[in-house]
Design a protein around this ligand. Structure first.
Ligand SMILES: C[S@@+](CC[C@H](N)C(=O)[O-])C[C@H]1O[C@@H](n2cnc3c(N)ncnc32)[C@H](O)[C@@H]1O
Length: 217
């Protein structure tokens, strides 16, 4: 017969672990974003499976150069059964950060959006090491030297065993990013061309989350 005290103590432990979950308080600001987010969710599922990556426990997640951070909810779903315990989004654009703050809430966890330079993350005090660093639609092509600094910091911010996930709008930009990660000795665990990526009508060769890659340190 099982020891009743062990069962009760297990139940107590289970109830004391606070459950955290992401809430979207505002709809997205543009038509089409809901569809992009649905496709991004599927893509992340595929690339994590391909990379053999699974998450557990409560995670610290860093979303660098996050803009409005529309992907916040999808990211939280993609790491399930893990939960997001701490989430930090950072971007230079004050308007985008203000919008992200209004949109996302994380009961049971801590969520923050900061206007700031992603290349300075290492100098910010009080941050944990991150399980996941996400960069959606990196901009390496536009400002290579700025992004070299951001990538140094992104890798330094990862805990051992942490993963960096990045998406790109176009092929050459993704290749440049990938070459830079390789030069840093990061291990590419998976790289996927998104077959259902939405084309951008005003920019030939560019599409939403066209590429996604996963790296470990
Ligand atoms: C192509 S946008 C992607 C925005 C968002 N991740 C998305 O997918 O909608 C690139 C973002 O990088 C941000 N950015 C560029 N340099 C940055 C830096 N040094 N620190 C923080 N954000 C930066 C820009 O403000 C812009 O929001």
């Amino acid at each position: 017969m099982r020891d009743v005290r062990a069962v009760v103590s297990g139940m107590k432990e289970f109830l004391e672990v606070e459950y955290s979950y992401m809430i979207q308080r505002l709809p997205f600001s543009y038509a089409g974003i809901d569809g992009d987010m649905g496709r991004l969710g599927v893509l992340l599922g595929e690339v994590f499976a391909l990379a053999g990556v699974g998450f557990s426990g409560k995670l610290a997640v860093l979303n660098l150069a996050c803009g409005r951070a529309d992907e916040t909810g999808v990211l939280a779903e993609a790491v399930a059964p893990a939960q997001v315990g701490f989430y930090l989004g950072m971007d230079l654009r004050a308007d985008a950060i203000a919008e992200a703050k209004k949109r996302w809430e994380l009961p049971g966890g801590e969520i923050e959006f900061r206007e700031g330079n992603a290349a300075m993350i290492g100098r910010m005090e009080g941050l944990p090491e991150f399980d996941l660093v996400f960069i959606r639609h990196q901009n390496y092509w536009h400002e290579p030297m700025v992004w070299e600094g951001i990538l140094d910091e992104a890798l330094a911010a990862l805990k051992d065993g942490g993963k960096l996930v990045c998406t790109s709008y176009f092929d050459l930009e993704h290749e440049l990013f990938t070459a830079s990660m390789r030069a840093r000795g990061a291990r590419q665990l998976a790289n996927v061309r998104n077959a259902s990526s939405r084309a951008l009508p005003d920019a030939e060769g560019k599409s939403v989350d066209r590429w996604v890659g996963v790296w470990g340190k």
